[in-house]
Design a protein around this ligand. Structure first.
Ligand SMILES: [Zn+2]
Length: 243
């Protein structure tokens, strides 16, 4: 299997690569914004992974393709106590570009990045219509939102798959429930649920301001958060109330 970067500008748009014949993408990086209130956040160690409630067994997390500790995007580790959850979409509509293939790309170090400090893209979870893969422990920072900004320093990154052979509405519903689970586990309030768009991006390598990214694209209206995003957040809040 070969894998290579197809787009060296990676963080500007998507880090695109080929894995197993399928083009994979991961939305790129996105400076500062105020943090949500921390009063609800638990103290003590940060669990590396959340507990899935028995009522939602389809949210079982597959950890078989975690990025190996000390390698690839985990060659350098920075601890994190998450205060936000950042929602992305892969913008990869290719058949087969589901959660497993993205997790494979991360696991094998295929998602390299030219303009960030790490040399790789990384995020915590990839969700599709039938599976959830974890790639990074929730107590480690990823590189999915805004280079050295708070989006990466303080948020759990979720990539939603949009492959054309998947069921997008199911993926959205599963992501909403899974986000609610993460909120409960890590004491994150609804104000801490943000689209990638939330984080203005200043590129690490040359300090270039890239502005906001229209991500997750499938939940943007006119390239910005609007009615679709608000409805998604409302759905998350309803699920959170069930836990
Ligand atoms: Zn994104």
């Amino acid at each position: 299997m070969t894998a290579r970067m197809a787009n060296r500008r990676d963080f500007v748009h998507l880090g695109a690569l080929l894995v197993g014949g399928g083009v994979l993408g991961a939305c790129g990086q996105a400076r500062d914004a105020e943090a949500p209130r921390r009063s609800a956040a638990p103290v003590g160690p940060v669990p590396p992974t959340p507990s899935i409630p028995a009522r939602w067994p389809d949210l079982r997390i597959d950890r078989s393709l975690m990025i190996p500790a000390g390698r690839h995007a985990r060659h350098r580790t920075r601890r994190m106590r998450p205060r936000y959850i950042t929602i992305h979409a892969t913008d990869n509509f290719a058949r087969g570009a589901g959660a497993r293939n993205h997790a494979l790309g991360l696991n094998r170090g295929s998602l390299t990045a030219t303009y960030n400090s790490l040399g790789y893209l990384s995020w915590h979870f990839t969700v599709d219509d039938g599976s959830i893969y974890q790639s990074l422990p929730c107590d480690e920072q990823g590189q999915h939102a805004d280079y050295e900004g708070p989006g990466n320093r303080l948020s759990i990154g979720i990539e939603m798959c949009v492959n054309r052979d998947g069921n997008l509405s199911r993926t959205l519903d599963r992501t909403a429930r899974f986000t609610a689970v993460l909120m409960k586990e890590y004491g994150i309030p609804i104000q801490g649920i943000v689209p990638h768009y939330h984080w203005p991006r200043t590129r690490y390598k040359d300090g270039k301001h890239l502005g906001h990214k229209a991500c997750p694209s499938v939940l943007m209206d006119g390239g910005k958060p609007g009615a679709k995003w608000n409805a998604f957040v409302a759905k998350i809040a309803r699920y959170r109330a069930q836990l």
